[in-house]
Design a protein around this ligand. Structure first.
Ligand SMILES: Cc1ncc(COP(=O)(O)O)c(C=O)c1O
Length: 496
């Protein structure tokens, strides 16, 4: 069954967005169905982090048709650079990192950008695979050749395939998805659609992103709702104890807004546990999955998210200017979008209109069709690797980078959280983060800087004003990590 699911996805992604007959049934999972991707029915992560577990065994390996198949879970964890006979037998093109054998060569062949730069700014915008770029360009050509409206009509199935891909990615229904310009617009559409009453509370966390926080503050200012920041626990992630406390005491809580992975660090907030508390309390959970989607498996049923916002350009490797909003069906008709147009609603009589019943009420009619198609192709591409395999590869690479950075004098790694992802943040003593970034860029390594202005609830109270952020993806290599590490001491010395 796993192989069949993967095969269908691969087939579809190879067609650069053309819908494979028979895919639709599989792509619209019923809300109650278990996740269908890769090995999610197994306790994958507990194998991946269990240092004491016995080594070695099977793992993920390429299946015919270039998907991935699961070897029996007799094996456990392989270290980052494993010298065991099983790994040594792997062809050179397959890199064994952590628990997973990942065809990095294939990923890099699909990613022309890797020939020019060591791109460790995937939390900014990842390098797209060639399949995405080609799909976008093909549609732009079609528009130029036959007209924008005519091209959209001809590409109707491809555009629809994007919704199907999103539904597959996060385990929801197609009519619960709106495709919008970015994660911020998705977050805004959800929040500004809620009618908050004075005194109603919105719970957020220290991981909250600047744009979200600004929107919540504006909403509070307009409506008299109150924004409260839930404490962190000893790992720097949202405290479930404090959340439980706030949900059971004080005035009514109207919304929990949780950032899954913050822009400024590698921690992964415990979304499933937050979702369970939200459900118990009957409070909707809005999950900002902007940094987690594409690098971690996301299942809104399992998490218990009622709303989810995400972007296309980061770990999903989609085009810029794309994002999506998920709205649980039972919430849809309680959320009135702050803006409506003739796509979101129908003008039924001179003085009347009807808002459409599905999540597309949060969209506008005019849209960038080429990018929308590209987003769907990017998601299919991610699904063809499998999100569990991607997480294992990305997480192991990031942990390897943290280990190497910790070994350098004057370099401090700042990532928190019990569970961590592909974002690595650090400072170099005596060297401002923008200068570190500039030096790395001059050595051909892309990173970025997280400033306190993006993370007011987090960085200042940790005594940090800015961080260098190196965010890895599965197509990055050990050699690229070396490139960063080799460039760093020079940056520290030259500024010292
Ligand atoms: C955690 C988080 N949420 C939201 C956003 C906003 O995403 P977008 O730029 O797609 O609106 C970002 C952007 O970096 C982010 O890191």
């Amino acid at each position: 069954m796993i192989t069949a699911a993967l095969f269908s996805t691969v087939q579809r992604s190879n067609l650069a967005g053309q819908v494979t007959p028979g895919l639709t049934r599989m792509s619209q999972p019923a809300a109650s169905e278990a996740p269908r991707w890769g090995v999610s029915s197994l306790d994958w992560r507990s194998h991946a982090v269990d240092e004491s577990a016995e080594h070695p065994g099977g793992g993920m390996s390429p299946a015919a048709g270039s998907g991935w198949s699961w070897a029996p879970p007799s094996l456990t964890r392989h270290p980052a650079r494993c010298a065991c006979p099983a790994c040594a037998r792997q062809p050179l093109t397959r890199h064994s990192v952590g628990f997973v054998v990942f065809d990095v060569e294939r990923a890099r062949r699909d990613t022309p950008g890797v020939r020019r730069v060591a791109h460790l700014n995937n939390a900014g915008a990842a390098l797209p695979p060639v399949q995405v770029t080609e799909a976008v360009i093909a549609h732009l050509r079609r528009e130029a050749e036959c007209g924008g409206y005519e091209a959209a009509e001809a590409a109707g199935e491809q555009i629809e395939a994007t919704y199907i891909a999103i539904a597959q990615l996060i385990s929801c229904e197609v009519d619960e998805v709106a495709v919008v310009e970015n994660a911020t617009r998705a977050f805004d559409m959800a929040c500004y659609a809620m009618a908050f009453a004075p005194g109603e509370r919105i719970l957020t966390s220290h991981a909250e992103y600047a744009s979200n926080a600004i929107a919540l503050l504006q909403i509070a200012g307009r409506t008299g709702a109150l924004v409260e920041v839930v404490d962190d626990d000893e790992h720097g992630q949202i405290s479930l104890t404090d959340l439980r406390h706030r949900l059971t005491r004080g005035g009514p809580v109207r919304l929990i807004a949780l950032t899954h992975v913050p822009t400024q660090g590698g921690l992964v907030n415990p979304a499933e546990q937050v979702g369970a508390l939200a459900r118990q309390a009957g409070v909707p959970l809005l999950l900002d999955a902007c940094q987690s989607v594409g690098q971690l498996p996301i299942d809104v049923q399992r998490i218990g998210a009622d709303l989810l916002c995400a972007t296309g350009r980061k770990y999903l490797r989609g085009p810029r200017g794309t994002g999506f909003l998920y709205v649980r069906r039972s919430l849809l008709d309680r959320l009135e979008p702050p803006f409506l147009d003739l796509h979101a609603a129908t003008w039924t009589a001179p003085e009347r209109y009807e808002i459409r019943p599905d999540a597309r009420r949060f969209e506008t009619w005019e849209t960038n069709c080429a990018s929308k198609i590209g987003l769907g192709v990017a998601i299919d591409y991610a699904l063809s690797w499998g999100l569990e395999a991607i997480e294992a590869r990305v997480t192991a690479l990031a942990e390897e980078l943290r280990t190497r950075l910790r070994g350098l004098d004057g370099v401090r790694v700042h990532d928190q959280g019990r569970r961590r992802c592909g974002i690595v943040t650090f400072t170099v003593d005596g060297v401002p983060a923008p200068e570190v970034r500039r030096r790395l860029a001059s050595s051909g390594v892309n990173t970025s800087v997280s400033h306190a202005s993006s993370a007011r609830l987090d960085l200042p109270r940790r005594g940090l004003s800015e961080l260098v952020r190196a965010s890895v993806h599965y197509y990055n290599t050990d050699e690229e990590l070396d490139q960063l590490v080799i460039a760093l001491p020079r940056a520290a010395k030259s500024a010292g």
